[in-house]
Design a protein around this ligand. Structure first.
Ligand code: SAH
Length: 365
């Protein structure tokens, strides 16, 4: 306990102060009292840098057509049990309007990974329509893209069309583990290079990893956190790996209790907050899949962003990255009301009308 207090004190005093061994120790905590001590230190930092508010970005799951074949993901190319879909421009515009009227101020476009001219132009058009949703003179929605690896030219075109942020999870910063989780055609180095390209293009850059992956160690997770610091990201989106039955990894992944997956996911949030201090950290849907109040627990562990799903319910069943993905049948209005209440119960409020840019990025500007 004394050692933990020393680590926490060092962590809150200045960012990036902890060693891999110290981060590993934080991530591995399981004693209830120790976990509580770490979470409250991380939550205090969250309140210091972001206030007692949670920034919202409605997430549109644009489509599940994917050229990749990641061994863990339910929408991988080889999963023939998924009905593939793609939203239209009109769908995107309508959902963006709902998001604007909800006063969330930011929006995320996410999809399976596809490259090509038609797709590039489609996304450009989506961005333009989303911007046009705000009446003249009003600030348009902040736009985050999560559309996988692309060329630098494509990243630049989307930035010029008006996108602000880009999320591209590295999934694991250990190249050997990355290799085990993906076919050989998926290149770890290219993904890292994409993060550098995004920075060059002027995006607020987000990355993240999954925790609880088969074969992953606490040191791997500690090194993931170091990796975030080394590439100097602005935003983090992480969540525990949750098996999907129709995937190669889902078939062989050892059984792990939900409570354990959740604890590790929350420990990662706290450790990242304690290490990086001023970045945006998302409390992701995967946490909610593990416990009804998983996302609220994520906020109390140090996260400051939520990404409620605003995709039409008829498509949600086809964007199942993992089993038990929550809110498959809840519409946008129900989502907003229930989130508002849930946050109020933990003493937090929705950051209505604010884009919620990463404090880390704003400092660089
Ligand atoms: N294709 C896009 C984003 C869509 S998937 C891209 O490559 O960036 C979004 C994220 O879902 C992935 O980055 C991955 O970290 C996560 N994910 C995929 N399968 C998962 C699973 N079985 N459990 C938990 N998270 C998963």
């Amino acid at each position: 306990m004394e050692e933990l207090s020393r680590i926490l004190e060092k962590a809150v005093t200045e960012p990036k102060a902890l060693s891999v061994a110290e981060l590993s120790k934080l991530v591995s905590l399981s004693d209830e009292g120790a976990v509580r001590e770490m979470r409250s230190a991380a939550y205090e930092l969250k309140c210091k840098y972001c206030g007692k508010v949670v920034s919202m970005r409605g997430i549109i799951e644009l489509g599940n057509i994917c050229a990749k074949d990641c061994f863990y993901c339910g929408i991988r190319k080889s999963n023939l049990n998924v009905e593939r879909y793609q939203l239209s421009l009109e769908d995107v515009e309508r959902l963006a309007r709902i998001n604007y009227e909800d006063d969330y101020a930011s929006i995320v476009l996410q999809s399976g990974e596809i490259e090509g001219d038609a797709h590039t132009e489609f996304i450009e058009e989506c961005i333009k329509r989303i911007i046009a949703v705000a009446p003249p003179g009003k600030e348009p929605l902040g736009i985050t893209l999560s559309l996988g690896e692309q060329t630098e030219d494509v990243f630049r075109r989307w930035k010029e069309a008006g996108a602000d942020r880009y999320l591209l999870r590295i999934e694991t910063s250990n190249p050997k583990l990355y290799r085990k989780l993906h076919p050989h055609s998926h290149d770890f180095e290219r993904r890292v290079e994409c993060l550098r390209m995004l920075r060059r293009c002027g995006y607020q850059v987000g990355t993240g990893v999954m925790s609880c992956l088969p074969g992953q160690t606490f040191d791997d997770l500690a090194n993931d956190i170091k990796f975030f610091g080394d590439i100097d990201v602005d935003m983090i989106g992480m969540g525990p790996y949750i098996p999907h039955n129709d995937t190669p990894l889902g078939k062989i992944a050892p059984y792990i209790e939900n409570s354990e997956r959740l604890r590790l996911g929350l420990n990662m949030i706290s450790a990242v907050r304690l290490y990086l201090h001023d970045v945006n950290i998302a409390s992701t849907t995967a946490l909610q899949a593990l416990a009804d109040d998983g996302r609220e627990q994520g906020i109390l562990a140090g996260a400051n962003v939520m990404m409620p799903n605003i995709t039409d319910t008829k498509y949600r069943g086809n964007y199942k990255l993992y089993e038990n993905k929550p809110c498959l049948d809840e519409n946008a209005e129900q989502t907003r009301k229930s989130l508002e209440l849930r946050l109020k119960n933990i003493g937090e409020a929705i950051n209505y009308g604010k884009r919620g840019d990463s404090p880390h990025f704003m400092k660089l500007e």
